[in-house]
Design a protein around this ligand. Sequence first.
Ligand code: AHM
Ligand code: MG
Length: 355
Amino acid sequence: SQSAEVKTNIITLTRFLTEQEHKQKHATGDFTLLCHALQFSFKSIAYYIRRATLTNVSSHRLHTFHLFQLTSPQLIGLAGSSNTTGDDQKKLDVIGNEIFINVMRGSGKVKILVSEEEEEAIIFPGNGKYAVVCDPIDGSSNLDAGVSVGTIFGIFRLADNAEGKPEEVCLPGTELVASGFTMYGASAQLVLTMKGGDVNGFTLDNALGEFILTHPNMRIPKKRAIYSVNEGNTVYWDDACRAYFESIKFPQNPDEKPYSARYIGSMVADAYRTLCYGGIFAYPADKKSKKGKLRILYECAPMAMVMENAGGLAVTSDQRRMLEVVPEHIHDRSGIFMGSYDEVQKVTAIYAKYD
Ligand code: AHM
Ligand code: MG
């Protein structure tokens, strides 16, 4: 028939989390509540990014790609409304960071929060058991062009005797209890994984205001001839790195086609595409960025966990398993290669020849 079928039994993120909680014998509900808070921050950020895009289009002035500060507690008074002046503008990445911090504080479940935007770890009073690490709006240099950006997050369960010191969150990705990211694109896509679990994708239904499970048990294809790297850095790469990218661009075997290049420059979007289609994403350490560019705690490790749980791999520039790297400082960086299992193995095999 012509009439669209109405789905009356959808799995929202809320329902998904409840079902997960019921599978855990000793669950207290704290983790579930923390995830509820997290999803609210994603929804808010998604909303403000959409608003900013609208403002930008209607004003025809790139400079207005800011939001006006909310001076009242109501969700009105955004860009375009009266009684606001240019002085009240706040950059979207600042807003994203503030939303994240306020929501995490309000959850009552977090003791330590690390944000890319904050020099120091934020310690909340109270008896939160969790540490949350995040990059609230990654890829923000893309915002003015309306290109997808995203939030990356990881959750650690702190030791019972944790005092709330920044060094207590300098943990390897193997200790993450959950991680994921939300990509703010044509729609907001939330990808979530828990320790030892599947990777599940949710799409924000703007009308319902709910994340709906649309991509259950995401698996990254075992291989795919797509590479994603900032090739403008080639001059800084070491020999192994150059040899690898040469090998996929100029295949020796006549049956093999050269790889396609795809680089958005927004890690969440590049990683999401890699997860969906397969291939490899890299931000190698090089002569200019000796430790790479991306941050271990809230960029590399959460993504590595998603990739591994989806059947892929993630390694550092010295070909160690990304998830086992212990950062010395909360903002430490690492080179990274991640994506399809076979593609990352190829990288490791070539690096082994240059050891
Ligand atoms: P940011 O945290 O300052 O936004 O930088 C991180 C971003 C990633 O999203 C992306 O993968 C990378 O920087 C792109 O860097 P480059 O412009 O050097 O290619
Ligand atoms: Mg970032």
